[in-house]
Write a protein that binds this ligand. Sequence first.
Ligand code: 5AD
Ligand code: SF4
Length: 445
Amino acid sequence: MEKHGIKKYHILTFGCQMNVYDSEVLAGYLENMGYVHTEKEEEADVLIINTCAVRKKAEEKVFSRLGRLRSLKEKKQEMIMILWGCMVQQEHVAQKIKEKFPFVDLVGGTQSLGRFPELMEKARISPRTVLALETGEERENLPIKRGHQIRAWVPISHGCSNFCSYCIVPYVRGAEKSRPPENIINEVKTLVDNGYKEITLLGQNVNSYYGRRLKENIDFADLLHTLDRLEGRFLIRYMTSHPRDFSEKIIRTIQQGQKICEHFHLPLQSGSDNILKLMNRGYSRDYYLDLIKKIRELIRDSAITTDIIVGFPGEEEKDFEDTLDLLEKIRFDAAFTFVYSPRKGTAATEMKRQVPADIKKKRIVALNEIQDRISQEINQLLLGTEQLVLVEGKSKTNPNLYTGRTRTNKIVHFPAKEDLLGKFVIVEITEAKPWTLTGDFKNIF
Ligand code: 5AD
Ligand code: SF4
């Protein structure tokens, strides 16, 4: 293909949904410049790694990938190699890359997204690595090449000002800033007109949307309500919520809405009041229990999922038991569990009483065992029931299976011959595992 002058790009994305979205913007820029996408990294004329900084493991993966890419770049000198995103927004990481991996052409932080074409041009002609670590960039009206036909991500705010003591996000994505409501509403309208069936609103702290720094007096519940009333059949999801900012008004808006899914992802992080305080989370276990109670009272068929960190500095056996106790009391549909990973520059890194690695490991194994059992028990209750599923595509591991999700965000696989992509269908559940359901296709609904 190259001899015909068609240039290709490949993007490798690590981390959260916001990064997936940022990669879609990078792809949008590249397509505008005439590049076409390739699945094969060795074919790429522009290779981007969009990085994550939230845990050390994500960073290590990038460094080992870079080691392997060195020889590819040696063979193909004209290839433009770009490291993008949260990990490289950290000054010390950017410097390390410049020193140890000088073959990288451009190092760009999340907040330089709006300047991508200009930076790429600079990188193309510069003999040295170009660094772009500015902060506070405007992020409206960026191009986009969406990676999915049915599901679309729409950021409603950028950055985070919470400074949970373990978290790097406020340092790499900057202060929280909400997008103007009319831009969000227009974007969602256009997506629905173009056939998208599921819109996921994104923000590091999505439900604290207050049009912060905006003239409009509109909060997250108002925004949800407005989007819910748009014409068309589609679903609304949002992530990630902060329990502290999850008002009763939001719950009631979801209860009364037609399109807003009954799935609540509310990162608990710890079940111990001591640890929650050290984490700077701004709520107690009683507050959290109350919030769950309110949600379950108002919305009977809801699913609640969470994030939990084990081995935060100072976490004693008693604190960990408090977390296990909440797992049993609340019975989450699912939990994403993490071993605490010290991040340079965050408050928790400096705290005394860091928990030894073997104890962290033991705790996460115990936690996962309990949660897997609970998830399994909850999903088993769905056996034999008929569930409404939005069909998203084919299963990654088996092309004979369709995959979709219930409104409560449970993944469902089922075989079917007809073309069901983007359809709402009824599936009878025949098998239930902690993370997925399997069933038989009944009819389009
Ligand atoms: N170590 C471990 N887990 C972390 N998370 C955020 N920062 C860290 C860290 N330093 C987890 C939190 C958050 C999820 C996205 O990642 O649970 O909710
Ligand atoms: Fe990190 Fe806390 Fe902000 Fe979430 S709310 S991105 S955990 S600082």
